[in-house]
Write a protein that binds this ligand. Structure first.
Ligand SMILES: Nc1ncnc2c1ncn2[C@@H]1O[C@H](COP(=O)(O)OP(=O)(O)OP(=O)(O)O)[C@@H](O)[C@H]1O
Length: 691
């Protein structure tokens, strides 16, 4: 009877001691993390201008340290300091924050090398160091971060090779290394990143072939290798990526069935051998990866190697007993102190959370508990308006499709550097457009529309959204997603950015300017606009006929290959009527408004055709304003007077006269006399086959 009782007491004491030990070590760990934070602060922000709230005697887990968030165990889990103007260096002390799951330092001016110690952050899922001034190599130790899902090092000044060891990052979904100075070849080992969806290596100095192993990654849907010095045959299976595979400006690449590439010769094919993993990749991997655990293990082992540990057993037992008692008393005191401090802090946090819940803030948007993958999709809306979450009919789109289009406000804010004036591309009647860079490095245009300009009926608005996300064509600018914020009173639409600007930029330019578009490009642009508009007008099982209502030179942007992309397709469906009317004045002043609109007040496919005709006349003449003299020159086929003088007669007369005739048909006074876009396409194709 007595023995079990004694045993229970013994276990209770042990349990109590263990508890004290663990809280003691927790408090030591918290101190280590605070010391690391202070070290990081002095290195990142040497002038103490930005991280003033990081205090030596402060508590990083109360929300008072700007950009720092802790997890449930009071460990630093997130550092979000994107776009804060940091100019220092990243301290190796970062490796001390072992529970860090997100490190967001993008859009700053941080210089120096990426410390190898980042490799010690084995819990990290998101590492965003893009758009900074980092130099040196990509530390191969990054390959130890086995939980990493997003690695964005874009837009720095990194040099050296892409470490072959990155293949250890088995959870990596997005790897962005574009706009650096990386050289060497693309490691075939990257092909073992099975869940990789996006790989951007563009704008570097990479050479050699595109490894076939990469083409075999099943989940890959974007591979961008533009502007490198790659050579050899492109693996044929990359065709499945369609427009997701970007390879321009690699003059030595070849392959059948890839637009603008020459067919391969026997010489090119001799490169194929390089596509399979090469022995030196394996050698490199096995021998040059510094094993980051080694020093730790090594020092641990010297303190407690098998010999030393066995020696300790020879200590007299009395010494052990005295030692344990002294340690227990010390730990008990420390434990109680820690416990009371912890309780006090918990109470403090509770009050702070209550107070901050009613406050609008974008800084604490990161819900650590629910955080799962890239912040692109996993963060909650920080300001709480999500028109799709109100139980409204989401139309024909699946929830999955809708989710893939939803952005969070924090992402939009950081992409546009908090909607900075410097990033503003244009401001219209009801919207403002900003250039931005997403965390994955892709450049976007963000159109912000005031909620007051949108349909007041949410159901109608959601219907409009459905249409917007369903429109897909190579000549429509691609919608990446949207986000609505009740707090800001705005909705944001995120589109792919077209780097060559809008068509207006190429009108009324001086002779000899770089902006004078050569004839073949003008024809390509006219064809592209016609195809995009024809797609909008056509009605099928998947989409209704859509009238654009606002075609103009400002609504056509040009991509890198000089393909035209139509802006704002379907946007009218989410806008309130009075917003549309206010935009009409501009359209009318520029001559794009069909004459019948004045009497009918309605937009039809034929009013779009009219605007298309005006656009064709603008492109052929190179002029924004068409005078009567120009129109009569066009009507009487005096091409030398009508076609842009900047071309110095370098154009096809047959092609020009057919295009002028087509444009005049499209701008006929009577809508019934104008062709439908389908007929326009037929006419353009006839011309193409005839020329
Ligand atoms: N996806 C894009 N890629 C490149 N530039 C773009 C893109 N979207 C918009 N822009 C630029 O921003 C300018 C303004 O865009 P847009 O005309 O759609 O908006 P806005 O000026 O706010 O006018 P509106 O009131 O008609 O919407 C465009 O003319 C173009 O130069």
């Amino acid at each position: 009877m007595v023995k079990p009782f004694k045993l229970n007491i013994f276990f209770l004491i042990n349990f109590f001691i263990l508890l004290l030990y663990s809280s003691f070590f927790q408090s030591i760990l918290a101190e280590t993390e605070l010391t690391a934070l202070m070290d990081i602060k002095s290195s990142l922000d040497p002038d103490n201008k930005i991280l003033k709230t990081w205090l030596n005697d402060g508590d990083p887990c109360t929300g008072s340290f700007v950009g720092v968030a802790c997890n449930d165990h009071r460990k630093i889990a997130n550092i979000s300091l994107q776009g804060r103007g940091l100019t220092g260096k990243l301290s190796p002390a970062i490796g001390e924050l072992k529970s860090l799951s997100g490190l967001y330092l993008h859009y700053n001016s941080i210089s120096g090398e990426i410390p190898a110690e980042v490799g010690e952050l084995t819990e990290l899922t998101d590492l965003y160091l893009n758009v900074n001034n980092f130099t040196g190599i990509i530390p191969p130790e990054i390959s130890h971060m086995t939980n990493l899902q997003v690695l964005d090092l874009c837009c720095n000044r990194l040099t050296g090779n892409i470490p072959a060891q990155l293949d250890s990052l088995s959870k990596l979904g997005s790897l962005s290394l574009q706009y650096n100075q990386l050289d060497g070849s693309i490691p075939p080992s990257l092909g073992s990143l099975h869940v990789l969806k996006r790989l951007d290596l563009s704008y570097n100095f990479l050479s050699g072939p595109i490894p076939a192993t990469i083409a075999n990654i099943q989940q890959l849907h974007i591979l961008d290798v533009r502007n490198n010095s790659l050579s050899g045959a492109i693996p044929a299976s990359l065709k499945r990526l369609d427009t997701g595979f970007l390879y321009g400006n690699n003059t030595k690449l070849c392959g059948a069935g890839f637009l603008s590439l020459r067919a391969c010769t026997a010489l090119d094919n001799s490169n194929v051998d390089f596509n399979s993993p090469r022995p030196f990749d394996l050698i490199f991997k096995n021998h040059t990866t510094p094993k980051h655990d080694e020093p730790k293990n090594a020092s641990f082992q010297t303190k407690c190697s098998s010999t030393n540990c066995s020696k300790s057993t020879k200590f007299p037992q009395i010494v052990i007993v005295v030692g344990v008692i002294t340690a227990s008393v010390t730990i008990a005191v420390a434990g109680f102190l820690t416990f009371f401090r912890y309780r006090r802090q918990k109470q403090k946090i509770g009050t702070m959370v209550e107070a901050s819940e009613s406050r609008f803030s974008t800084d604490h948007a990161i819900d650590l508990q629910s955080k799962s993958a890239s912040p692109l999709v996993s963060l909650a809306y920080s300001t709480g308006w999500d028109p799709l979450a109100d139980g409204l009919n989401s139309g024909d789109l699946s929830q999955e499709a809708l989710q893939s289009f939803r952005f969070n406000l924090e992402e939009v804010e950081s992409a546009t550097q908090y909607f900075s004036e410097a990033n503003m591309l244009g401001r219209g009647n009801f919207s403002t457009v900003y250039k931005g860079v997403l965390r994955d490095g892709s450049v976007v245009a963000v159109k912000s529309i005031s909620v007051n300009s949108c349909q007041s009926e949410e159901a109608e608005f959601v219907k409009g959204l459905n249409l917007l996300v369903s429109l897909r064509h190579e000549n429509l600018v691609s919608l990446r997603g949207f986000c609505c914020s009740r707090g800001r009173g705005e909705c944001f639409f995120i589109y792919d950015f077209a780097p060559k600007g809008n068509l207006l930029k190429y009108l009324d330019v001086n002779e000899g300017s770089d902006l004078v578009l050569e004839w073949s490009i003008r024809v390509n642009i006219i064809n592209g606009i016609a195809k995009g508009l024809c797609y909008l007008h056509e009605k099928n099982d998947n989409k209704p006929s859509v009238v654009h209502q606002n075609m103009s030179a400002e609504k056509i942007v040009i991509d890198n290959q000089y393909n035209p992309l139509i802006l704002d397709s379907g946007l009218r469906k989410i806008l309130a009527d009075d917003t549309i009317f206010s935009a009409l004045k501009v359209s009318a002043a520029m001559g794009y408004l069909a004459p019948e609109y004045i009497t009918t007040g309605r937009f039809t496919e034929k009013s779009d055709v009219y605007a298309f005709g005006v656009l064709v006349l603008h492109i052929l003449s190179g002029k924004q304003q068409l005078t009567n003299a120009m129109r009569s020159a066009a009507e009487s086929s005096k091409l030398e007077d009508f076609v842009d003088q900047n071309l110095n007669g370098k154009f096809s007369v047959t092609e020009a006269s057919k295009l002028v005739r087509l444009a005049l048909n499209c701008t006929h006074e009577l809508p019934d006399e104008r062709p439908y876009m389908e007929a326009v396409i037929q006419e353009l194709n006839k011309r193409n086959s005839g020329s």
